[in-house]
Design a protein around this ligand. Structure first.
Ligand SMILES: [Fe+2]
Length: 249
């Protein structure tokens, strides 16, 4: 069994196209999407048009939820940009996404933590940047979820974490479309993966164990950066081009 795990596309059509091309070589049995599909000052509708034609089990990210639940005037600029451009068909498709998905007895999918799409699982933020949480924190945050493999996104930082106490593995594939950002939840901080590549992961079962592979792909990030700049978002433009966010605003 081979599963491709993609997350946090954020409306970056060019990065998604690079992933789709790479998936032809990876030829997984299943592709799953951990959410934050279309929010971004890039190509939200064009990205949604591709995703809604797939049969990928898709988790609802916090930004997907904001697009569905909030009126435009209450949205931040990134979600508002996307909401103004999404077709009714794409909004209907977003409503089909689910808070969590159990793929099998082995594999559980969520966006943030198993019970909160807007909380980091694989990063702890107690300063201006995230870092690896300790095992006790991780065990507390997965609550009673006992699947051997828990896949999550939301932080945009790829990680594979093994929990010695339970034998579980947490996989975060990183972000297809946004390698760094700043955010003010729970307080002002930034996440930076340090390169502009599109990322996803492939996990393969071997007997009762799983092996994990990170896929790190070049694509035309200069064009994505230019599009963000054209849409009035210099922070996004810098993040897309470099994978570093730079100074917090
Ligand atoms: Fe995200």
């Amino acid at each position: 069994m081979k599963i491709a795990v993609i997350s946090d596309i954020h409306g970056n059509l060019l990065a998604l196209e690079a992933v789709l091309e790479d998936l032809k070589n990876a030829s997984p049995d299943l592709i799953v999407n951990l959410g934050d599909c279309v929010s971004g000052p890039l190509w939200p509708e064009e990205t949604a048009a591709i995703l809604r034609e797939t049969d990928w089990p898709t988790v609802r990210g916090n930004h997907d939820r904001f697009l569905i639940e909030d009126p435009i005037e209450k949205m931040g600029p990134t979600d508002a940009f996307s909401a103004e451009r999404l077709s009714d068909e794409s909004m209907d498709w977003l409503r089909t996404t689910r808070a969590t998905i159990r793929v099998s007895d082995d594999v559980f999918l969520c966006h943030g933590t198993p019970d909160d799409d807007n909380r980091y699982l694989t990063e702890k933020v107690d300063g201006p940047k995230g870092h690896l949480p300790d095992e006790e924190t991780l065990l507390a945050d997965i609550r009673s979820e006992s699947a051997p493999v828990i896949c999550c996104g939301h932080t945009h930082i790829p990680r594979v974490i093994h929990l010695s106490a339970t034998g579980q593995t947490i996989l975060n594939p990183g972000s297809v479309g946004l390698p760094s950002y700043e955010d003010d939840h729970p307080h002002r901080h930034k996440m930076e993966v340090g390169s502009p590549h599109a990322r996803y992961a492939v996990m393969t079962r071997s007997g009762k164990d799983w092996n994990f592979q990170e896929r790190i792909l070049s694509y035309d990030w200069d064009a994505a950066s230019l599009e963000a700049d054209r849409n009035g978002r210099p922070g996004w433009a810098r993040a897309l081009k470099h994978g570093f966010y730079g100074p917090l605003s």
